[in-house]
Design a protein around this ligand. Structure first.
Ligand code: AMP
Ligand code: MG
Length: 516
């Protein structure tokens, strides 16, 4: 451990490459100090993978994670961006977030370290720049669960309580979340550049994004991304791109962003995850899930499921997520037009062609995932009927999404109503017959299902229970236990059993709120 001017260096190894962009893209400022920083939760494994020493962070981290002190090497800034919020375009930007810098890990990877809830910025509009403890702990739990499920996501390094009250409909305890992301470049960042910047600004941003996220597979005919085991996109092979072909790397950027989103949304659908607020400022070009606000996991399978209290028209309902992703990608393509071709008509043609690939890509990833959930390795003509019929029954009999697949995996089709029907009994025979036609053994099929059907997800009542204990009573043990179970969602261990049960029927449906 090295001692630097700023106290004990816990392993901070920050760079600030975002500052290389024109100043138009950010505002430099410090986080606003808080009264009484206290570490509520620290993610030890994540800290270690970033090259940070958890023990040192426990001792000294609260001041940094609350924004009272910046880590060595940090040049803090707030990022500018725009976005379509529920379809309406507006100027946004980090209204309550500060990018501390990019941590370079011992493996040489680069991750943004961002404080969320760190005070007002030039982009705060009417907001107070602050965040509430409950929702920050909620983001921590759900983002870590998503990571363990194998879904590309930003992660949570820490939550620090501030000791200050935040005023929403009532006075609530304040907190700052430290978010770790491949980057915070959003569709909205490009929209901002396209609307208020020059074409040069747009090009510089596109070049920076290519360099940051797509440099490995750019210009390589023989893409070896599939060999990177730890790459979240390992089984989303890149479309081949050859610099010699057309020379336009911005078309490649668009096609890769489309592909990564297709992969990500397929993963959401396969896990029953509902983001809740898929505005274009909440779509990251890295392909990570970002901005956990009113998100939640669906219990009963129903494409119309909406949890967010502000999504009154169901724009961001479970079943709409792929459609909205394609719409957002069209907004990204709009922003990129000047770089796609000098002739506007040709640029539009290129953009439409690239965005139109989303549907097939999404369906391909989703369908492969559905086959895997059913223990099917290969491809047969009527597989779509097999999947579609099951989903139809799940909808009709209001079956719990996760527990249906869990029961099929365990071959324990007793408890749920859906399994008592003649329809299901007939379907099951067809499904088993289908499995028996593949070369793989039943054991192999079982293992495939085990790896693709989580036993536990962050069920809403469990998350609420953990938050209540932490926020109301200062008891973090419920949350720690939940985090530990969620960190191993495919293990099917006996201690998971209790986390798979549904809440007692309640008269009011679960609702999530944006007032975070
Ligand atoms: P979100 O709904 O979290 O994606 O936020 C949308 C926009 O509102 C972003 O520009 C945020 O930075 C901004 N924002 C959200 N909450 C606050 C707040 N309490 N103070 C200032 N800006 C905020
Ligand atoms: Mg946002």
């Amino acid at each position: 451990m090295t001692i630097k001017g700023n106290g004990v260096n816990a392993g901070w190894n920050l760079e600030n490459s975002y500052l290389d962009l024109p100043e138009f893209f950010y505002s430099r400022l410090l986080p606003a100090p808080v009264s009484s920083p206290k570490l509520a939760v620290l993610n030890h494994p994540l800290a270690e993978s970033l090259g940070l020493d958890p023990e040192a962070l426990l001792k000294e981290g609260a001041a940094i994670f609350a924004g009272n002190r910046v880590p060595p090497g940090s040049i803090p800034l707030a990022q500018a961006y725009a976005g379509h919020q529920f379809g309406h375009f507006t100027m946004l930007g980090d209204g309550r977030a500060i990018l501390l810098g990019e941590q370079i890990t011992p493996k040489g990877e680069r991750f943004d370290v961002q404080l969320k809830g760190s005070g007002r910025t030039p982009y705060s509009r009417g907001g107070d720049g602050r965040a509430v403890l409950g929702p920050m702990l909620r983001e921590y739990i759900i983002s870590e669960a998503m990571h363990a499920l194998g879904i590309p996501t930003t992660r949570s390094l820490a939550v620090a309580a501030t000791g200050d009250m935040v005023y929403r409909e009532e006075a609530l305890p304040g907190a700052v979340l430290t978010r770790i992301a491949a980057s915070h470049i959003r569709v909205g960042t490009f929209q901002y550049a396209a609307k208020w910047g020059t074409v040069d600004d747009l090009r510089v941003l596109a070049d920076y994004t290519l360099e940051r996220h797509f440099s490995e597979n750019r210009c390589s005919e023989d893409n070896d991304a599939a060999n990177h085991e730890e790459d979240a996109f390992a089984y989303a092979p890149s479309s081949s791109y050859n610099c010699e072909d057309n020379g336009n790397k911005y078309i490649f950027l668009l096609s890769e962003v489309v592909r990564r989103q297709a992969f990500l949304i397929a993963k959401w659908q396969l896990a029953g995850f509902i983001h809740g607020v898929m505005n274009t400022d909440n779509m990251a070009l890295s392909g990570e899930t970002i901005d956990y606000g009113p998100c939640a996991f669906m219990d009963v399978f129903d494409p119309d499921t909406v949890f967010s209290s502000i999504d009154t028209h169901g724009r961001y309902a479970y079943g709409n997520q792929p459609i909205i992703a394609a719409w957002n990608l069209s907004r990204f393509a709009d922003a990129l037009l000047p770089l796609l071709h000098e002739n506007e008509r040709k640029a539009v043609e290129i953009a439409q062609n690239e965005v139109s690939k989303f549907n097939d890509l999404f369906y391909g990833y989703w369908f492969d995932g559905m086959r895997a959930k059913l223990g099917i390795f290969n491809d047969e003509p009527y597989d779509d009927d097999l999947v579609g019929y099951l989903l139809g029954m799940m909808l009709k009999y209001r079956a719990d999404f996760t527990n249906t697949f869990r029961a099929l995996t365990n071959d324990d089709t007793e408890g749920m109503d859906i399994f008592k029907t003649d329809e299901f009994i007939g379907w099951k025979m067809q499904w088993r017959a289908r499995q028996s036609r593949q070369p793989q053994s039943p054991d192999e099929a079982y293992l495939l299902m085990l790896h693709n059907n989580p036993s536990v997800i962050p069920r809403n009542h469990r998350v609420e229970e953990a938050l209540e204990a932490a926020v109301k009573y200062g008891d973090y043990s419920v949350m720690q236990k939940l985090l530990s179970v969620l960190s191993d969602p495919y293990s099917y261990s006996p201690e998971h059993e209790v986390y798979t049960t549904l809440p007692a029927p309640s008269s009011c449906p679960y609702q999530t709120f944006c007032g975070t």
